[in-house]
Write a protein that binds this ligand. Structure first.
Ligand SMILES: Cc1cc2nc3c(=O)[nH]c(=O)nc-3n(C[C@H](O)[C@H](O)[C@H](O)COP(=O)(O)O)c2cc1C
Length: 319
C-alpha cells in the first residue's frame, strides 16, 4: 500500500503520478509505454523520427495490450508535426505531449478529439501561455534532463514559480530516478513527475543492450552537453562521437529529408539517434540525463515501479 497520489490530466487519471518521458528515436516505443501504463503510470511513445504510419502502428500496438494511459511525445520542431499528431490521435492516444517549440494549432487538433495537450515548458511565461491556449497540464523540464534542453535552471528551482503561475497540474522532469526524488518533487508543488533516463534503462525500453550498459557504467564525468542542429543544447553520454563534436568535427550529412522545420545542419541528429538505437553507441548519439550516473541496473518496468513505491514509502516514514 502506498499513499502516492494519483495524477489527473484533463479526463485521464493514472494510479501513480509517474509519466515515462517520450524518448526518441525509437527508445520509448509501444512495449515500454504499455508496460508503464499497465503498472499504473502514464506511458509515452516518442513520435519524433517516426513516419506518421509508424506512429499509428505503434500507438495501436500499445492500445491493443493495455487499457492504461498511453500518450505520445512529438517535437513541435519536426516538419510533419501535424500529420504525426493526427496519426497518434487516430491510433487512440490518451494525451499529446509537445516539446522543443510551442504550437497553438495542436490545441485545436487534439481538442476536437477530446484529447488533453501537455506542453513541455522551461519558464513561467510559456507555462501561462500554454494554460491560456488550453493546456491540460505542463511538464517543467530542468537542466538535469536527458535530450534537448530548454533551460539552464534546475527543475526544483524552476518548479515553484511555475506552480505559482498556473492553475493546471505541473509535472516535474529532470533528475528524478528514485521514490525519494518523486516525494521531493511533489513536496515542491508538482502534481507528478516525468522520468526519462530511469526508464531508458529498463528491460522493456527499446534501447539496445550497449546503450543500457552505458547508463549503468556512467559516472557524473561521463555526462556531457552536446550541440544539436535542432538549435538547443542536448545532454548525452560521452562517447567517441561526442568527443569529436566537442572538437568541432561534425560528420557529413549523408541523406537529408528535411525532417526539421529549421535545422542547423551541423550533422543529422535523426541519423545519429537512429545509429545509437541500432546498437552503434560509439558513433551514435546516446541521450541521457545527469541522473544516469545514479542508475546502476536494468530492471523490468514492474520491478522499477514497485521499487519507486517502496522508496516513496520509506522516504516518508517519520513525517
Ligand atoms: C534517450 C532520451 C531521449 C529523449 N527524447 C526526447 C524526445 O524525443 N522528446 C522530448 O520531449 N523529450 C525527450 N527526452 C526527455 C525525456 O522525455 C524526459 O523529459 C527527461 O529525460 C527527464 O529527465 P531525466 O532523464 O533526468 O529523467 C529524452 C530523454 C532521453 C534520456
Amino acid at each position: 500500500m502506498s499513499d502516492m497520489p494519483t495524477l489527473t490530466i484533463g479526463n485521464k487519471t493514472s494510479l501513480l503520478p509517474i509519466i515515462q518521458g517520450g524518448m526518441a528515436v525509437r527508445i520509448s516505443m509501444a512495449p515500454l509505454a504499455a508496460a508503464v501504463a499497465q503498472a499504473g503510470g502514464i506511458g509515452i511513445i516518442a513520435g519524433s523520427g517516426l513516419s506518421p504510419q509508424e506512429m499509428l502502428k505503434e500507438m495501436r500496438a500499445a492500445r491493443a495490450v493495455t487499457t492504461g494511459v498511453v500518450g505520445v511525445n512529438i517535437m513541435v520542431a519536426i516538419r510533419r508535426f501535424k500529420e504525426t499528431v493526427h496519426a497518434a490521435l487516430e491510433g487512440g492516444a490518451d494525451l499529446i505531449v509537445a516539446g522543443a517549440g510551442f504550437s497553438r494549432d495542436v490545441f485545436g487538433w487534439a481538442g476536437e478529439a477530446g484529447v488533453p495537450v501537455v506542453p513541455i515548458v522551461g519558464s513561467a511565461r510559456v507555462a501561462s501561455l500554454a494554460e491560456r491556449f488550453g493546456a491540460a497540464a505542463v511538464v517543467v523540464e530542468g537542466v538535469e534532463a536527458g535530450g534537448h534542453l530548454g533551460t539552464d535552471r534546475p527543475m526544483l528551482d524552476l518548479l515553484p514559480e511555475i506552480v505559482e503561475a498556473v492553475d493546471i497540474p505541473v509535472v516535474g522532469a529532470g533528475g528524478v530516478v528514485t521514490g525519494a526524488d518523486i516525494r521531493r518533487t511533489l513536496e515542491a508543488g508538482a502534481a507528478g513527475v516525468q522520468m526519462g533516463s530511469r526508464f531508458a534503462a529498463t528491460v522493456e525500453s527499446s534501447a539496445p543492450e550497449g546503450f543500457k550498459q552505458m547508463y549503468v557504467d556512467a559516472t557524473e564525468d561521463d555526462i556531457v552537453i552536446v550541440k544539436s542542429p535542432v538549435g538547443l543544447p542536448g545532454r548525452a553520454i560521452r562517447n567517441p562521437f561526442s568527443r569529436r563534436m566537442a572538437e568541432g568535427e561534425f560528420p557529413p550529412i549523408e541523406r537529408c529529408i528535411s525532417c526539421l522545420k529549421k535545422c542547423g545542419k551541423d550533422y543529422c541528429i535523426i541519423e545519429r539517434l537512429e545509429r545509437a538505437q541500432g546498437g552503434d553507441v560509439e558513433d551514435g548519439l546516446v541521450f541521457a540525463g545527469s541522473s544516469a550516473a545514479r542508475i546502476h541496473d536494468v530492471p523490468s518496468v514492474a520491478e522499477l515501479m514497485n521499487r519507486l513505491v517502496s522508496e516513496w514509502n520509506a522516504s516518508g516514514e517519520g513525517e
